[in-house]
Design a protein around this ligand. Structure first.
Ligand code: NAP
Length: 377
């Protein structure tokens, strides 16, 4: 396993981190975690050098924290940094913080969480975080010795990322990054910005949640076939992230032992500078080819917002595009249902047309919204 240094303390962190959001499940039921297999996988990862495990309150309906807690019995807890997250999307008042945190400790069966993140910061959740005074409550937990470090995970645009990063002495942060999202959300620029400020960056979704590996379109496979060294789509995607020295650890959700074995192998080999210029160019070609099969060329500029009916138009277009580009990947319906708030969903569109008058790309937004509603709702 390759390791990188958590600069503030000099600790060595494994380049592969175990993301416990996509554990193996029984009978396709996302909330029925296969505990025996999950425990075996997490322990094998730790025995193979992984020392960073990431879970969160809502993962697998709370079963992820429980499975992780069980996996870390028998001496494994002391071998890892355990990351868990405070669900900003559930908070209604400052009084919610401690009970939720205590519930997490109970599920994990531990007295201490090394890395505690404010989960999924975006404009809406940031407002809730401030209104409910979440940070001072979390600081008290740290002062009481129940939390090691305070960080945040992020899903919004780059200006907001910089604003959040500059607004508080965060001890680490977590962003989505893969070769399709180099310029999306925080992106490469956000990662480098955080690193330049001395804030360690944890990477999530290196395979875009599996969309870069499941059902790869033929046009993309033909491009990969041009590479002199043959690698799986997963390996190309991991190498693209590992090539950046600013990535402290790369979290992958793994749903089978075979995936774990492959990812252990890849990140024991790939490290900063692991790609040639030719390989970087090939990955760029693949990203362009994916972009060419994108139906709506939305740049996420937000000119269409706010929608008078509350629809989150750029997010809807992202779902609509991804549905086409990643070969109608059924996992997207799960994500949509888990994360997309009812009041921002595309079916709220009343076809007033205000958005289309503002779109610099002149996109037929109402048509895209109606398609998105038909697919996902
Ligand atoms: N804080 C947040 O807001 C947030 C958001 C997202 C994720 N996260 C965390 O970050 C972690 C990583 O994100 P992620 O789970 O989306 O990671 P990811 O690595 O992009 O996607 C994981 C999926 O990729 C597929 N996969 C993994 N290894 C593979 C391999 N070797 N070959 C082929 N397919 C492979 C699997 O799909 P199949 O199961 O379909 O086979 C797996 O479920 C999560 O587990 C979670 O802990 C946090």
């Amino acid at each position: 396993m390759n390791y990188r240094t958590f600069e503030p303390t000099g600790e060595k962190i494994s380049l592969l981190g175990f993301g416990a959001m996509r554990l193996p499940v029984i009978g396709g039921d996302h909330n029925d975690v296969d505990e025996a297999e999950s425990i075996a996988m997490i322990r094998k990862a730790i025995d193979s050098g992984v020392n960073y495990i990431d879970t969160a309150f809502p993962y697998h309906g709370g079963k992820s924290e429980r499975a992780v807690g069980k996996a870390l019995k028998g001496g494994y807890r002391e071998k890892v940094l355990l990351a868990d997250k405070f669900p900003l999307f559930f908070v209604k008042s400052a009084d919610d913080v401690v009970p939720i945190f205590e519930k997490q400790l109970e599920r994990l069966d531990t007295g201490f969480i090394d890395m505690y993140l404010l989960h999924n910061i975006n404009k809406g959740h940031l407002k809730a975080m401030k209104e409910c005074n979440v940070l001072p409550q979390v600081e008290k937990l740290r002062d009481a010795g129940k939390i090691g470090r305070i960080g945040f995970s992020f899903h919004d645009d780059l200006p907001l990322f910089k604003e959040v990063l500059d607004s508080y002495p965060w001890e680490f942060c977590q962003i989505q990054l893969n070769y399709m999202d180099a310029g999306f959300q925080a992106g490469v620029e956000g990662m480098k910005y955080a690193a330049s400020k001395g804030v360690p960056v944890i990477i999530m979704e290196p395979l875009k949640g599996g969309k870069l590996t499941d059902s790869v379109p033929d046009a993309i496979s033909r491009l990969w076939d041009k590479a002199p060294i043959k690698r799986s789509p997963a390996e190309w995607a991991f190498r693209w992230v590992a090539d950046f020295p600013e990535a402290l650890t790369i979290l992958s959700g793994m749903s089978s032992m075979e995936q774990l074995d492959e990812n252990l192998r890849i990140l024991s080999d790939a490290d900063a500078g692991c790609l040639t210029d030719g390989e970087r160019a090939l990955i760029g070609e693949v990203a362009e080819a994916y972009n060419r099969i994108t139906p709506y060329s939305c740049t996420g500029c937000q000119y269409c917002m706010p929608c008078p009916s509350g629809v989150d138009i750029p997010e809807c277009l992202q779902y609509r595009n991804d549905w086409e580009v990643y070969s109608h990947n059924e996992k997207m319906r799960e994500l949509f249902n888990m994360w997309f708030a009812q009041e921002h969903r595309p079916s709220n569109c009343v076809e007033c047309g205000a958005c289309e008058g503002q779109c610099p790309q002149t996109l037929p937004i109402m048509k895209a919204l109606s398609e998105t509603a038909a697919i996902f709702e």
